[in-house]
Design a protein around this ligand. Structure first.
Ligand code: SF4
Length: 316
């Protein structure tokens, strides 16, 4: 059977209803072999751009699915290149984006940024409406340990490419930093990463943690305090920051809306005790709800710089 390249739509916090394009064939082809990769270790390392599917195949599949979705009354917010592998390895990426314009739906590319030193890659990405760049660290040694890049690429050239791209890109620029316990979660490394991200002025910087089974079982999420620290450092630099720490949608099955509101909010933004008290007051409610959530271990209390903060419990 011929392999399908289009999937979804799947709900995504960043992209709404996102129709995914898996423009890299299996088994995964990537320039990285991140320790937290959900697809396992990379067996096909590459930095060479080539054709995997014809532009026509991708456009025809998208057209077909959009027709079916329209009949069902379903909407799509983004057509997103989110393959199992690195999407910019597809030499037709720019042409595909141009051809998909006919559907009048915004187009997103989620890239690991490793090929942004190539001018042709930057030119292709410029055609998208939204680009999300992976920036786990700016420290060469840590980059080599977490992202395990293919031989022959340099982090200095990548960071330079990211800067060049961010200075000319007119669309929505996002960054994604995945924190791994004991690897890129120290105060110094987080500050370095934050300062670099600040310099490229993304619309939003996302801080994530390994949430699904990673390529290496030892690639664990940092303790909540470190994630809160990273959030505070980034926001302290003036970067609009959100957390991706597991489910942030209303799927917790609580009856009370305020409970759901609190859980959904602390999944994205840690909240101080004062902020929660204010919210509870507005909802004509009291601290009992927090006691219940803490007892159920849905959320966690963390002391940070003399204040109590609440954040989602990652292990739940
Ligand atoms: S860049 Fe993405 S696909 Fe490639 S190894 Fe890392 S997580 Fe996996």
């Amino acid at each position: 059977m011929e392999r399908k390249v289009v999937f979804g739509p799947v709900p995504s916090r960043r992209l709404g209803q996102s129709l995914g394009i898996n423009n890299i064939p299996a088994p995964k082809i990537c320039s990285y072999s991140c320790v937290y990769c959900q697809i396992g270790i990379t067996l096909n390392y590459s930095t060479e751009r080539r054709e995997f599917y014809s532009v026509k195949k991708i456009v025809d599949e998208v057209s077909d699915i959009l027709k079916k979705l329209k009949d069902k009354g379903e909407k799509v917010d983004f057509i997103s290149f989110v393959p199992d592998g690195e999407p910019t390895l597809d030499i037709n990426l720019g042409e595909e984006i141009e051809a998909l314009r006919q559907f009048n739906i915004r187009i997103a590319v989620i890239t690991n940024s490793s090929l942004l030193w190539k001018e042709d890659v930057r030119n292709d990405l410029k055609k998208a409406d939204l680009v999300s760049l992976k920036i786990d660290t700016v420290n060469r040694k840590i980059w080599e340990k977490i992202n395990r890049p293919v031989r022959g690429i340099s982090i200095d050239k990548i960071l330079e490419g990211i800067k060049k791209f961010s200075s000319v890109f007119n669309g929505v620029l996002l960054t994604e930093t995945l924190l791994v316990k004991g690897m890129n979660d120290s105060a110094d490394l987080i500050k370095e990463t934050g300062l670099f991200i600040l310099s490229i002025k993304p619309s939003t910087a996302y801080i994530g943690i390994p949430t699904r089974p990673p390529a290496e079982i030892w690639a664990l999420p940092p303790i909540e305090k470190k994630v809160l620290y990273a959030y505070e450092i980034f926001t302290g630099y003036g970067i609009k920051t959100e957390l991706i720490t597991g489910s942030g949608s209303g799927i917790f099955g609580f009856t009370g809306e305020i409970e759901e509101d609190i859980v959904n909010t602390v999944s994205v933004h840690p909240m101080s005790k004062k902020q929660i008290e204010k919210l509870l007051k507005k909802a004509n409610n009291n601290w009992n709800i927090m006691e219940k959530l803490l007892k159920k271990e849905v959320i966690k209390e963390i002391k940070y710089q003399g204040e109590k903060y609440y954040i989602k419990n990652f292990s739940k």
